[in-house]
Ligand binder design. Structure first.
Ligand code: F6R
Length: 256
């Protein structure tokens, strides 16, 4: 595919694409290149509205017979807590309906923090051990919160190293209320990979679209490294690809 714009920032390659279809196609291309290199590796998935364009492109490739995900182990960044897996707002449900029901990831090879766990701290420890036990954690897909969170690592004073049980901030609850009937229905807690967990991945693929992500993308990629903007830790990762649409790229391009 042709690239609207490519920017190289040390360890970070940024693609700016025209429109959601092109963002989805570029992100899927990055994913598929990693999958070709390591068809039996572990891949970390993300939820939220941002990666949907990429998942749609992956489903197209699967239907065209050019994508085989049968060998991978699939992890996910996070899950609301507490939440039933059958709740249509759970991330378990999201991943099934938006991707996994349409491609050939083995259900036995899917793992996501369990929002039904009786003991959330024990579940975080189990999940962290499962991610760390994988011998080839090839690529982690990320979206970004307007407050800079990756996973649900909300602004704080230290980078969370491991999977942890967090309180969501008011701004995240407000941002996610669009998926629920009312803001009162948004869970106030989550289980999330830590920033340290995410940084274990060999490659990171961050996707952001829309004008609401413009400021925070610039802060993450060329601002100071601080746990108050969890995504700024990506400046310390060795292999990051960022796929943006023109709206999300605006402030970054202005600062370069
Ligand atoms: C999702 C996740 C979050 C989202 C972020 C952006 O698994 O961990 O960090 O990526 O909140 O959400 P959207 O894409 O809905 O703007």
């Amino acid at each position: 595919m042709t690239t609207a714009q490519r920017i190289d920032l040390n360890n970070i390659t940024v693609y700016v694409e025209e429109g959601l279809d092109a963002v989805g196609e570029r992100a899927a291309e990055v994913f598929c290149a990693a999958l070709d290199e390591a068809p039996t590796a572990s891949f970390g998935f993300a939820t939220g509205s941002t990666p949907v364009c990429m998942y749609q492109d992956l489903i197209k490739r699967y239907n065209a017979g050019t994508l085989d995900m049968s060998g991978i182990k699939a992890f996910n960044l996070d899950e609301y807590y507490p939440i039933q897996k059958t709740n249509d707002q759970s991330y378990e449900y999201f991943m099934s309906t938006e991707l996994f029901n349409h491609v050939n990831v083995d259900p036995a090879n899917r793992d996501i923090p369990n929002g039904e766990a009786a003991d959330p701290e024990a579940e975080c420890a189990r999940y962290e051990a499962a991610v760390r036990a994988t011998d080839n954690y090839k690529l982690q897909i990320l979206g970004i919160g307007e407050n800079g969170h990756i996973g649900f690592n909300e602004p704080t004073d230290t980078f969370p190293a491991k999977t942890n049980h967090v309180d969501l901030t008011a701004s995240t609850i407000e941002a996610n209320a669009r998926f629920f009937d009312s803001i009162d229905d948004v869970p106030t807690q989550a289980l999330t990979m830590g920033v340290g967990t995410i940084m274990q991945a060999e490659k990171i693929l961050l996707i952001a679209t829309g004008p609401k992500k413009s400021q925070i993308i610039a802060d993450c990629l060329v601002g100071g490294i601080t746990p108050h903007v969890a995504g700024s830790a990506l400046q310390l990762h060795r292999d990051v690809t960022v796929v943006l649409d023109a709206d999300a790229a605006q402030e970054l391009l202005a600062r370069l």
